[in-house]
Design a protein around this ligand. Structure first.
Ligand SMILES: NC(=O)c1ccc[n+]([C@@H]2O[C@H](COP(=O)([O-])OP(=O)(O)OC[C@H]3O[C@@H](n4cnc5c(N)ncnc54)[C@H](O)[C@@H]3O)[C@@H](O)[C@H]2O)c1
Length: 261
């Protein structure tokens, strides 16, 4: 199967690093014009510079997905510079490693603003144009923590569970208009997000216990390895393609077999 985007416009939010950047790179290499958006504007521009192509094919843009105003400004910039987005990937997220009983409303709000309001804002801003043009692909990143639960990540998992319900519901509304929406649900993947969390854990429990814990974690993955950003970029590229026009409202776990819900 040959996937070619042939000048379609892809907007990847949360793409300065990690899974978002790997996806931006893959979509650009498959012929899409790519906008790299991130709350860290400098990093977004630097990431866009690292992609192949010239300024007519790629763009870095600052945006905070927790703000609808910022999201609308981002869509306008992308539309003016590259064209209206045909493919939108929401990869931006924050983590908060805390027991639920140690957390409070401020912690919940911070995570839910980015991880649930973020996708709501982006989808609300891009869907009218997609429906009008009778084509669109939206892919949001969730987490296996939303499918099976995860201690110390309760409100993050709750936000991701909300994204799954949102995508399934809206997929039913806009299916007749040629727009598909799907969720990719990663297992543990070696990105900056995970590295920061692992560093904290190592500091908290010490080298020896950390090494034992790492072995135990790997045993839970039938593929016996942690994911790579590219594992997700490949799945997202398929979901964004014309070939995936009959796949909508689905949650695809890309997780080395960690859970098989
Ligand atoms: N890495 C993993 O193990 C893992 C596991 C399960 C789910 N996920 C999910 O996959 C997605 C990508 O994860 P990753 O590991 O590549 O993350 P990452 O932290 O490496 O990258 C996320 C990017 O989002 C940006 N961002 C944060 N808040 C933002 C905001 N308000 N507006 C715009 N950009 C913002 C960050 O600056 C960063 O560049 C996330 O949705 C995450 O929840 C990751």
């Amino acid at each position: 199967m040959q996937i070619e985007f042939d000048g379609k416009v892809a907007l990847i939010v949360g793409a300065a690093q990690g899974i978002g950047f790997a996806t931006a790179n893959e979509l650009r290499n498959s012929g899409a014009k790519v906008a790299v958006a991130d709350i860290n504007g400098e990093a977004a521009h630097a990431a866009a510079d690292r992609l192949d192509g010239d300024d007519s094919q790629k763009l870095g843009v600052q945006a905070d997905i927790s703000s609808l105003e910022s999201v609308e400004a981002m869509i306008q910039t992308v539309t003016d510079r590259l064209g209206a987005p045909d493919i939108v990937v929401v990869s931006a997220a924050l983590l908060d490693d805390k027991l639920f009983l140690d957390s409070g409303p401020k912690d919940w709000k911070r995570i839910i603003d980015v991880c649930l309001y973020g996708p709501l804002n982006v989808m609300h801003a891009v869907l009218p144009g997609m429906v009008e043009r009778k084509f669109g692909r939206i892919i949001c990143m969730a987490s296996d923590s939303a499918r099976v639960g995860q201690a110390r990540l309760s409100y993050y998992a709750a936000a991701k569970g909300g994204v799954i319900a949102l995508i399934k519901s809206v997929a039913q509304e806009v299916g007749p208009d040629g727009v598909t929406l799907n969720v990719v649900s990663p297992g543990a993947t070696d990105t900056e997000l995970r590295q920061a969390r692992e560093k904290q854990t190592k500091e908290a429990i010490g080298e020896e216990r950390y090494a034992a814990r790492t072995k135990k974690v790997l045993r839970m993955y039938p593929a016996r390895r942690i994911g790579l950003p590219e594992d997700h970029a490949n799945m997202i590229t398929y979901l964004a393609s014309d070939q995936a026009s009959w796949v909508t409202g689905q949650v695809l776990s890309v997780n080395g077999g960690f859970v098989m819900p």
